[in-house]
Design a protein around this ligand. Sequence first.
Ligand code: ADP
Ligand code: MG
Length: 305
Amino acid sequence: MGTRWSAVFFSADPDPRLQVALRAAVDAVDATMSTWKADSDLMRLNRMPRGIWLEVAPQLCAVVALGLQIGQASRGAFDIGVGAAVEAWGFGASDPQSDNLPIARAVSPLTTANAVEVDLPGSRLRRHGDVSIDLSGIAKGHGVDCLAEVLIAQGIADFIVSIDGEVRGCGTKPDGSGWLVGLERPDREHRQLARTLAVSDVAIATSGDYRHFRTVGGKIVSHTIDPRTGAPLDGHVCAVTVTAEHCAVADAWATALMVLGEHEGPVLAEQLGLDALFTLRRNGILHEIGIGAFAQAPNDQHREN
Ligand code: ADP
Ligand code: MG
């Protein structure tokens, strides 16, 4: 997935084979879910003729099922069927199709659930429609959960693991203090700390418009697609951070709430009992909306730059 992973943990007698096992866990996610590897299980699925089952790794079935479930719960805002739009807008592995924008979607968002069939017990998948599956909004979070499982299986209870900006912390440091995670200011030019959060037995994921973006027709567009239009988001929300028990869930909801935007996002997050921090950028001023565990967070306002 073209990014870095890390695992930090305390253990009196660490087994050197742990590093091998951790690497194998992220490699397995990459080999099954990457859209950048033509031979990943996911890309093979995307090339399969309609109606034909493809046997895949059980974890791919599980992530597709979770993606579809969060797709329904987010009213189609999280849509693993955005693959063609991601490619067309230049955020995929192929060259952008600049004269083809915005692309007309082959399927409407809520039909992705009908276009992909998951057979969990049989560990197979098939497509019924011409939908291109993209798991980049959830796979990194899932990879973080896989890293956590490797450590938990070895009896390690105090660790922090991450892939890119998706993080999961368990237990504490040896001195009993919590793991600290920094949240960046949503700024395209500078890297600056906005706040720190102590994470213990929780996963945290952030989606934003300030790291992965391009200029198309003189306008800056970022990599989150609104499945209702097939085009990149055009709202005021510039970042959403979500905490949850599992990082795959936090990752997918961070993307979903970005799409739902400043009005619908906080309302749905509140209804579903999610813990989410929305950052809005309006006329260069940043505003925050905190839901659930983030409701107590100071609602500071600051001018950008
Ligand atoms: P990051 O990769 O920075 O952690 P996200 O978790 O938000 O960010 O994932 C963004 C990626 O998810 C995009 O690059 C794209 O591949 C995919 N994606 C874009 N829009 C959606 C969407 N509405 N639903 C699901 N996945 C999406
Ligand atoms: Mg995500």
